[in-house]
Design a protein around this ligand. Structure first.
Ligand SMILES: Cc1ncc(COP(=O)(O)O)c(C=O)c1O
Length: 397
């Protein structure tokens, strides 16, 4: 079966992991720090805390921003459920605003509409859908105007960049949000097996995140709660002393994963270039069909340099086959496509608890009705690409 996405692992990736397996540290050793520093430097962010997966990265991000019972958080309905669940984990109320047609990301205009008619949300979580950056500078402007905090869900977007007022920024730089997160699941652009990271430019948030990721335990004596401990001897804390200051988690990543992450990060430019080449080839192959309204290609928003994680084709009004029949026909030919995503508000958990009406999100609904993600991964060779494109072209017209 040809998957819609998969990892690319080479001999150097394998050697990097084996080296750690032969070392003294399997977890919380030097590789975690190395990986965190490399990620922060690649994105131009001050701090990075690598964690067990993207979901826990979002959860800790919301906790660090003090999202709590009754707080509203707005995210894109066109995302993986984790983008909204993180708000609910903290006792908050996940809300949604419609997507912007030109990027398929959370619409800043719709978020502003919400802010004008309701109390401003506590947090807004724009998602860089499929690897195209959300309009982060607009969200920064809105966060200052309405007083909310923001987390860039860049789970799809490591390696993507955008330009604002003549300057280039990396997704994950936190130039326009308080925090950003990545996921390193195997279908994403780089992988650590399971894995994720949280980035920020704010020192205090970084300290808090690091603590939350490791049981809420603080080991740095300069950060101990003043006057709390009775264990102090001669004005010094014994080396074994530590304090649990928050109800944290074990959300740590291992050295084994971080070694793979370091090796994969070195290949990020290669992955990005292969993904962009494949996207261009798909776009060329669908050019004529788009003019005939048979299909719609994914957007390539102005002033952005996306690192596509998904190739999300949409079926147009003149398409001869329904999305679900196309999905099945491709599957019968050994091509495993996927629908990204069922709008989060349509999931039974969300329907039961929050009862959001699909009519409120016409752009998301339109997109959902006609989308199908075609295979896109760096090791997709020419023969596989030709097989997929021939199958799709023959079925849609
Ligand atoms: C947009 C988005 N956010 C968050 C996540 C969660 O990441 P993880 O699978 O690493 O927990 C995903 C995973 O698919 C995702 O697509």
């Amino acid at each position: 079966m040809i998957p819609y996405g998969r990892q690319s692992i080479d001999e150097e990736d394998i050697a990097a992991v084996v080296e750690v397996l032969r070392s003294d540290w399997l977890t919380q050793g030097p590789k975690v720090k190395e990986f965190e520093e490399a990620l922060a430097s690649r994105c131009g962010a001050k701090h990075c805390v690598a964690v067990a997966n993207g979901t826990v990265a979002l959860h800790l991000a919301c906790l660090a921003l003090a999202v709590k019972e009754g707080d509203v958080g707005i995210t894109s309905p066109l995302s993986f459920v984790a983008s909204a669940n993180c708000i609910a984990y903290c006792g908050g109320k996940p809300e949604f605003a419609d997507i912007d047609r030109s990027r398929l990301c959370l619409s800043p205009d719709k978020v502003e509409e919400y802010c004008k008619t309701h109390k401003a949300p506590k947090v807004v979580i724009p998602v860089d859908f499929a690897g195209a950056p959300a309009d982060l500078p607009r969200f920064k402007e809105l966060s200052e105007k309405y007083g909310f905090q923001s987390v860039e869900d860049a789970a799809h977007a490591i390696g993507a960049r955008y330009t604002f007022e003549g300057r280039e920024y990396a997704c994950g730089s936190c130039a326009h949000t308080d925090l950003a997160i990545f996921s390193f699941h195997p279908v994403k652009t780089i992988t650590t097996g399971e894995g994720g990271a949280i980035l920020t430019n704010e020192d205090e948030l970084a300290v808090k995140l690091r603590r939350l990721a490791s049981h809420g335990v603080e080991k740095d004596s300069s950060k101990f709660v003043p006057g709390h401990s009775k264990i102090v001897t001669q004005h010094q804390f014994p080396a074994w002393y530590h304090e649990m200051q928050d109800l944290g988690f074990n959300a740590r990543i291992t050295d084994i994963q971080s070694a793979l992450g370091m090796s994969q990060l070195k290949r990020l430019d290669e992955f990005k270039s292969k993904r962009q080449q494949l996207v261009r080839k798909y776009n060329e192959a669908f050019d004529e069909l788009e003019r005939r309204e048979i299909v719609l290609r994914p957007p390539w928003p102005e002033n952005t340099d996306p690192c596509y994680h998904l190739y999300t084709l949409r079926l147009g009004a003149a398409c001869k086959i329904s999305r679900d029949d196309l999905f099945l026909a491709l599957r019968n030919r050994g091509i495993h496509c996927q629908v990204h995503y069922i709008p989060i508000y349509r999931q039974p958990y969300y329907v039961d608890r929050f009862g959001v009406m699909p009519e409120r999100f016409p752009e998301t609904e339109k997109y959902f009705a006609s989308c199908l993600s075609l295979p896109l991964f760096p090791d997709m060779d020419e023969t596989t690409f030709d097989y997929v494109i021939t199958a799709v072209l023959s079925l849609v017209q």
